[in-house]
Design a protein around this ligand. Structure first.
Ligand code: FE2
Length: 344
């Protein structure tokens, strides 16, 4: 990562992921990007498709201007397709969308229609290619994801605790759970690379308790490690109190409030990471603009708690925090799946 000269191993990594996606020559493959996308990754996708002998075309749309108000980063909710009906129509005609938008299509308004058309969306997180290369998906991630999904779907209650005082209960009844292992070969589904995450979107009024963030935990919206303690009080899904005297609490209180939207305080998703290749220290090693932080969401054994939109509880908002808690215990109906930050 000293210079951005294209490396053969980067092309191979992209080609390997496309092979996992079972892209073949009689499919319509579209590379979707925007004007501020990481051009290096767009080039790598093109070169990898070329290497595999697969034809494709590009759809490139302008990156929308930031709207006044809080700065939005790493939400997974691309807005570049808003007011782009022709581009969306073309995507719904495709078999594969290689998604290189900055935020990704995970929670974009147009994603449901694209998936419903039968296209599969392979999101490549806006990371430096070295990060992607280190985190090329492996078969075990799929096994772990399927196992985690079936456990979450079968559970009634998730309980999260730490020695620092975290005590959170999530009613998992009818929660919507998805597992991401890093590639998709199935029509109408979306995956992102890097993978290694299970996330559940609980129904309304399902999340209650206290989360204690301590130095070394992560705030991936701000792309920083906590260096002070923050206590979040959560009642019926909503953060009702943000207690702390350090920089982290100050920043979070201000950012939450900036949306002037009560749903910004609500729970979006809960889950954990299980990618053994994802590195906890990664956030210290790259410039912020070089990464999107998906690696940190996938660090094995973190409890990933997120605030913001939860379409399954009928809540929509632009605010979104992804807050991995390290060294937590996660129990599903009293069976530990993560013990003091280690996968069981
Ligand atoms: Fe999130």
């Amino acid at each position: 990562m000293l210079t951005d000269r294209i490396e053969a191993r980067w092309i191979s990594a992209f080609a390997h992921v496309f092979e996992l996606c079972k892209m073949h020559s009689n499919e319509r493959i579209v590379i979707l990007s925007e004007s501020q996308s990481n051009e290096l990754n767009v080039h790598l996708a093109e070169l990898a498709l070329g290497q595999l002998g697969l034809s494709y075309y590009n759809i490139k749309v302008p990156t929308p201007a930031d709207v006044p108000g809080p700065v939005i980063r790493s939400t997974g909710a691309c807005t570049a397709l808003d007011n782009q009906p022709d581009a969306v129509a073309a995507l719904t005609q495709s078999d594969v969308v290689i998604d290189l938008t900055i935020e990704g299509l995970m929670h974009a308004a147009q994603t449901a229609a694209i998936l419903k058309s039968g296209a599969r969306i392979m999101n490549i997180s806006s990371e430096h290619p070295d990060v992607l290369c280190r985190l090329v998906p492996t078969d075990d991630l799929k096994d772990k994801a399927l196992d985690a999904v079936s456990r979450c779907r079968a559970t009634q209650k998730m309980h999260v605790s730490t020695s620092g005082g975290t005590d959170l209960t999530v009613n998992m009844n009818k929660a919507i759970t998805v597992g991401v292992w890093g590639w998709t070969d199935k029509p109408g589904t979306l995956a992102h690379w890097p993978g290694g995450i299970v996330v559940s979107f609980p129904q309304a009024k399902s999340v209650n308790g206290i989360l204690i963030y301590q130095p070394g935990d992560m705030n991936l919206t701000f792309k920083r490690y906590f260096d002070s303690t923050v206590k979040l009080v959560i009642k019926n899904d909503y953060v009702t109190d943000i207690i702390g005297t350090g920089t982290d609490a100050c920043l979070m209180r201000d950012y939450f409030a900036a949306f002037k939207d009560k749903h910004a305080y609500a729970t979006s998703h809960v889950g954990w990471g299980f990618n053994a290749a994802a590195r906890y220290e990664a956030l210290t090693m790259y410039n912020k603009e070089a990464i999107n932080g998906t690696e940190l969401r996938a660090v094995a054994g973190n409890f990933l708690y997120s605030t913001g939109a939860n379409e399954f509880a009928n809540r929509f908002t632009r605010g979104h925090f992804d807050l991995p808690l390290m060294s937590a215990n996660i129990a599903l109906d009293d069976t530990l799946v993560v013990d003091n930050g280690k996968l069981v």
